[in-house]
Design a binder for this molecule. Structure first.
Ligand code: GTP
Ligand code: MG
Length: 458
């Protein structure tokens, strides 16, 4: 890998500064060719780059000064890619940055592919695959919580945990191999209670990581909240109140909302995807019927359902019992509380007493904060995810599931005095699956899948 790559590393658009990143063997030479301590019309002074020291000067193209810049040269391996890297901080503006980049391309650099800088950091052994993926997660983080988990992963905590497991399995594999290769010296393999404890703890760890993925994946993608109920009860009004913007159309005409309408929201750093749906009731209107089907699909797809009823109307027992999901949390909201006397509160039938109930008025905003708190409590109240928790992503989880399968085969095999060759193969397969998580045994297609998710310049 000798070619030198360059790309704009900051987002497009106007801003204070824009950064061009150059990485590869030629990066210092290329930067020296376009950089001068004086503007183009002055006496050209060749720069003396000192690693990790900022140089101030100008990028010049022949007689033309393109921009006044700061250049940060970083000698390998103390750089993002672990290669020679030069970062040029110019005035941000697409035209200026493009001109500098074109100059670099003319002199021999080539445009970086999406994620190529991070891919090089991985291939040069500076970071493992979990850390590379964390870089993408940090860039794409939509909320404080997902950023926090991505940050802990970028510190290498997941890698550490995987490597500890691989180390236990490797030692175990070595003893199996010895018994296979040198039966006279090593004797028959004996499965001790200590082995059992160690293997069990690996299996437990894998299981815990899989569970943490399940618990936390909605913290990354957003907890899906479906707002549903009968027509005209104020679902769209509540949606807009929660979002604090006019997202859904509100009218006094029942059946206003047809297609599901969704938007993102964070409550205390936790991401939600809120979906407003069509009012559910008996109707012959074809368009409404389709809307109601879609509403039911949204209830199905949701992580939590907010069931809205309104004051002054009898509790819609029939609709509720037909629409309530059995397998996910539900919160009831009684809306339009501004219309009634507090003493005149509608009562929910006893069988619904187990559900949290919040009284709100979408008109005045009363109760909306309580509703948000209740949503948070209901969704994440039981999660035990510490600040430094390691949260595997879907790719990691799939590898963990495979590894766990092998762990149970291995442990079963040991109990049943399975032949050592078969056991050794299962242990190897288990190690390989764990290794795909950190990238130690990742085939090229996994690497492509990971790095294709990146943007150019990272
Ligand atoms: N007084 C009062 N009126 C409300 C409140 N919330 C909503 N409304 C009114 O109730 C009517 C229906 O509100 P929407 O938010 O469109 O109700 P919806 O449940 O989305 O209705 P559909 O989309 O037709 O199912 C509108 O006229 C709102 O202004 C409230 O808290 N108090
Ligand atoms: Mg509506």
């Amino acid at each position: 890998m000798t070619d030198t790559i360059a790309a704009i590393a900051t987002p497009f658009g106007s801003g204070g500064i824009g950064v061009i990143r150059v990485s590869g063997q030629q990066s210092f030479d290329l930067a020296a060719k376009i950089f001068s301590k004086t503007p183009a019309d002055g006496e050209k002074k060749a720069p003396q780059f000192i690693s990790h020291r900022v140089s101030h000067g100008f990028i010049c193209d022949g007689d033309t000064t393109i921009d006044e810049v700061l250049v940060i040269p970083m000698k390998a391996p103390r750089s993002y890619t672990a290669e020679d890297v030069v970062e040029i901080q110019a005035h941000s503006g697409t035209i200026v940055l493009r001109r500098i980049l074109d100059l670099l391309f003319r002199l021999g650099a080539r445009p970086a592919e999406p994620g190529e800088f991070t891919r090089r950091a991985f291939l040069n052994g500076r970071i493992d695959l979990t850390q590379a993926e964390a870089v993408a997660d940090i860039i794409n983080a939509r909320s404080d919580s997902s950023l926090k988990f991505a940050a802990s992963q970028s510190l290498g905590l997941l890698r550490q945990s995987i490597q500890e497991m691989i180390s236990v399995l490797t030692q175990f594999a070595a003893r199996l191999e010895a018994a296979i290769d040198f039966p006279d010296d090593a004797g028959a393999f004996s499965y001790t209670s200590q082995d059992k404890t160690k293997l069990q703890s690996v299996a437990d760890k894998i299981e815990r990581l899989i569970q943490q993925h399940k618990d936390a994946c909605f913290l990354k993608t957003g907890i899906r909240l479906a707002i549903c109920g009968e027509p005209n009860v104020g679902k769209s009004s509540i949606m807009n109140r929660i979002l604090e913007k006019e997202k859904s159309i509100i009218t006094a005409i029942p059946g206003t909302t047809r297609d599901p309408i969704e938007d993102n929201l964070t409550i205390e750093g936790i991401p939600f995807v809120v979906v407003d749906t069509a009012g559910i009731h008996q109707t012959d209107d074809l368009v409404e019927i389709i809307g109601i089907e879609k509403a039911r699909d949204q209830i199905e797809a949701a992580d939590i359902v907010l069931y809205v009823i309104e004051t002054g109307r009898p509790f819609p027992e029939k609709t509720v019992s037909k629409s309530l999901p059995e397998d996910k949390p539900v919160i009831f909201a009684i809306n339009k509380m501004d219309l009634i006397d507090e003493l005149d509160m509608p009562q929910l039938p006893e069988k619904y007493n187990c559900f949290p109930l919040v009284e709100v008025s979408a008109l005045t905003g009363k109760g909306i904060n309580t509703l948000k708190t209740r949503l948070l409590e209901t969704c994440i109240g039981n999660l035990e995810i510490g600040d430094n928790a390691v949260i595997p992503n879907l790719r990691h989880k799939n590898a963990l599931v495979q590894a766990l399968g092998y762990m149970s085969t291995i442990m079963e095999g040991l109990e049943n005095a399975q032949e050592e060759e078969t056991l050794a193969l299962d242990v190897k397969n288990c190690i390989d699956h764990l290794g795909t998580i950190t990238g130690d045994t990742a085939p090229p297609d996994i690497l492509d899948a990971v790095f294709n998710n990146f943007c150019i310049g990272k």
